[in-house]
Design a protein around this ligand. Structure first.
Ligand SMILES: *Cc1c(COP(=O)(O)O)cnc(C)c1O
Length: 703
């Protein structure tokens, strides 16, 4: 039996909870279903249109508007009726059987716990960095839509991941604004007696108090832990300040809190998941604590407990290079986990270290979190077919004497939660062609249905999308420039850059060197010629952050800014700062072509390219990750020869030339070859193939 945990809304007592109807608004604002179901948008817009437009955070809107305003809108019977209907619809949706219930009601799965260092659900809850959090967030939303019993477990970061500003000199500055928990759509997790649920976790010498929070994601709950508890030593309050910040010791502490703290939290809530999913190796300590719980229940020794519980652990690896695995020097593991190994697990430190080592007897070998995850899990998945091959090679040392291609690593290619990434016009177009529930359950006729959309209709849809993106990019750039202290004329000029009818290319991702964000810049003169051809102009939007410790990544940003600041290119390339979810949405909904240039096979999967599919954007990408599986000449363009070449600069040069050739000979001419109605028919045919053939197969709602 699950214990009842009540959640109370007010964090700040000033909320006008006594206003009749306020609770309904609070219920809606605290259910992040609004991040992909836009039924409630109008409610927040009516309360405060400007704040809603900027933040897209209903909880902030609700806390900011005046009591008078809330009273006034709630007094309007139409508004009130709408709110009541929305609350009722959400209550019904939470109880109605979804795909999972009729199909698996007899099954034994009652709960899967999803552990992840980051979750990307909405900009209103900025606790993510990139692709890993994207997969976790989109999967929680899909679980909600499909009715799969999942609970998420993660950390609440007071400052999240850094925010980016491009300064006057074109250099990246990292900012860490504070995430005021009162303004995030989360609630303290309270015990039945009203006490805030807190967990005590022993660290060497002291214990750390963790506060527990709850996030409602449709039907799914996400639990977050943070260490900013008033009872803690100052040094411990900041453990969960930043995502991916700090030295290895801090990272180890975060991973202890996530894995061990996370599992204890589930126990405190009376939740007993059959399946524990580790989204990347960061969460691998959950495996130890799960075994420990089993030991307490059954009095079995650790070896038995691990052998029994590992069958219910599933590990998804997301990394394609061994250097990307989290490793800790043995002394750190001894310091933080020596006592835990002996007292809680009843094993020697040496045996614990062995779980994270290739050679258990090599005292100098660091402790590898990924090895612990592999050894502690009954099944291991990679995130694409190619990545499974790469992973079998990477994990070869753990399977001595096995033939490499028989190493038991499967794969589930990542998908995206399509309702999160489609634009409102795309939603209308697909609804008109394929019906309202097209992404849920069986979608057998989806492909034929969207294929029937006419050229004229598809092209108008794209033209409108380009125009919205150009308008957005102008406004956002102008704001970026003003904030960086540019002259008012420059900020004003930004509002007139770009041509809504020109071909728009998009490139936005983390600026990590393996993604080769400067491949397009390989021959700047050639790129300039491509962009500025007066008959067939091309415009390019770039965005992306480089980790504050990654100097190489930051200099790639600077390279772009220098290129953009030349008078000839200024009108053709825009760099938008602070790549985040809101920006991604606008980009994937508006670009004509989405470019991706990683060094194969380091992308593992990649998801941003899947977000453009539903919106009619076309991919031009290296044959890596998902694109190596999805690409056919009818749906887009491919870069590379399907082989690995490491970071050989000569090969980079070959691929850069191939990229220019593709743009010059295929992409640009196809876009500008119009029929008598001004429609690029070949382009539209490719777009239709991409939408029909790929959009639904890359949806994580597809069964
Ligand atoms: C989709 C997304 C990612 C992942 O993109 P890839 O290019 O596939 O790595 C990263 N960051 C943000 C903000 C995203 O929306």
């Amino acid at each position: 039996m699950r214990k009842q945990i009540r959640v109370s809304h007010p964090i700040y007592n000033l909320l006008p909870t006594e206003i009749e109807g306020f609770d309904s608004l609070a219920d809606l604002a605290l259910d992040m279903h609004w991040s992909w179901n836009h039924a409630t948008d109008e409610v927040w817009r009516q309360l405060d249109p400007e704040l809603w437009e900027i933040t897209h955070n209903p909880w902030v809107v609700l806390q900011t508007v005046s009591r008078d305003r809330i009273e006034r809108v709630l007094a309007d019977p139409v508004f009130r009726k709408n709110v009541d209907a929305l609350v009722e619809a959400s209550r019904q949706a939470a109880e109605a059987p979804a795909w999972f219930q009729p199909n698996y009601s007899q099954g034994s799965l009652t709960c899967a716990a999803y552990f992840s260092m980051e979750f990307m659900l909405s900009e209103a809850l900025p606790i993510y960095s990139g692709g890993l959090g994207n997969v976790a967030g989109d999967q929680l939303k899909a679980a909600s839509d499909l009715g799969v019993p999942v609970v998420g477990v993660g950390l609440l970061y007071q400052q999240g991941y850094f925010r980016q500003v491009i300064d006057k000199n074109g250099a990246q500055q990292a900012l860490f604004p504070y995430n005021d928990p009162g303004q995030l759509p989360i609630t303290p997790l309270r015990q039945p007696n009203g006490e805030w649920l807190r967990l005590e976790i022993a660290l060497p010498g002291y214990s750390v108090w963790l506060r527990a929070w709850q996030v409602q994601v449709g039907r799914v709950k996400l639990f977050l832990l943070d260490s900013n508890d008033a009872a803690n030593f100052p040094a411990h309050r900041g453990i969960t300040s930043e995502l991916y910040g700090g030295a290895p010791e801090l990272r180890l502490k975060q991973e202890l809190l996530l894995g061990i703290g996370g599992w204890r939290l589930l126990r405190a809530l009376g939740i007993q998941p059959e399946v524990c999913h580790l989204n990347e190796g960061h969460a691998a300590f959950a495996v130890l604590e799960r075994a420990h719980s089993f030991m307490e229940k059954t009095s079995q020794p650790f070896e038995v407990a691990l052998a029994v519980t590992r069958a219910g652990n599933l590990f998804t690896t997301h990394t394609a290079v061994a250097a990307g695995f989290d490793r800790f020097v043995p002394a750190l593991i001894e310091q933080y986990l020596g006592g835990y190994a002996e007292k809680n697990l009843g094993i020697a430190l040496h045996d614990l270290l062995a779980l994270g080592r290739q050679n258990p007897n090599d005292a100098s070998e660091p402790f590898n979190m990924t090895y612990l995850a592999v050894r502690g899990s009954g099944a291991v998945n990679a995130v694409s077919r190619l990545h499974a091959q790469v992973s079998r090679h990477l994990f070869l040392p753990l399977f001595p004497r096995w033939p490499e291609d028989e190493i038991p690593i499967g794969y589930v290619t990542n998908g995206v939660h399509v309702p999160t990434w489609d634009s409102a016009p795309a939603d209308d177009l697909w609804t008109g062609s394929c019906g309202k529930d097209r992404w849920l359950g069986t979608t057998e006729t989806l492909e034929q249905d969207i294929r029937r959309a006419s050229d004229a209709k598809l092209w108008k849809f794209r033209v409108d999308a380009s125009r919205s993106l150009v308008e957005y990019a102008r406004e956002r750039l102008s704001r970026d420039l003003s904030a960086a202290g540019a002259a008012p004329e420059e900020a004003e000029a930004a509002k007139h850059l770009f041509d809504p009818n020109a071909l728009t290319l998009g490139f936005a991702r983390r600026f990590a060197t393996y993604k080769r964000p400067n491949l397009l810049l390989h021959d700047p003169a050639r790129l300039r010629r491509l962009l500025t051809n007066p008959d067939r102009p091309v415009q390019l939007i770039i965005a992306g952050k480089a980790h504050p410790a990654d100097q190489a990544g930051q200099s790639l940003i600077q390279e772009w800014i220098n290129f953009i600041r030349q008078p000839e290119t200024r009108a053709h390339v825009i760099f938008l700062s602070d790549y985040d979810m809101l920006l991604t949405e606008r980009l994937v909904q508006g670009v004509d072509v989405w470019i991706n240039t990683p060094r194969r096979p380091w992308e593992a999967c990649g998801t941003s390219g899947m977000k453009v599919l539903v919106n009619g954007g076309i991919n031009l990408s290296e044959l890596d990750g998902w694109w190596a599986e999805a690409y056919t000449p009818a749906v887009g363009w491919a870069l590379g020869d399907g082989k690995e070449h490491g970071d050989d600069p000569a090969w980079d040069a070959v691929e850069a030339d191939a990229l220019y050739d593709l743009l010059e000979r295929e992409v640009i001419p196809e876009f500008y070859s119009r029929d008598e109605n001004g429609i690029p028919t070949d382009w539209v045919a490719r777009m239709r193939e991409s939408m029909a053939g790929l959009a639904s197969t890359r949806s994580n709602l597809r069964i």
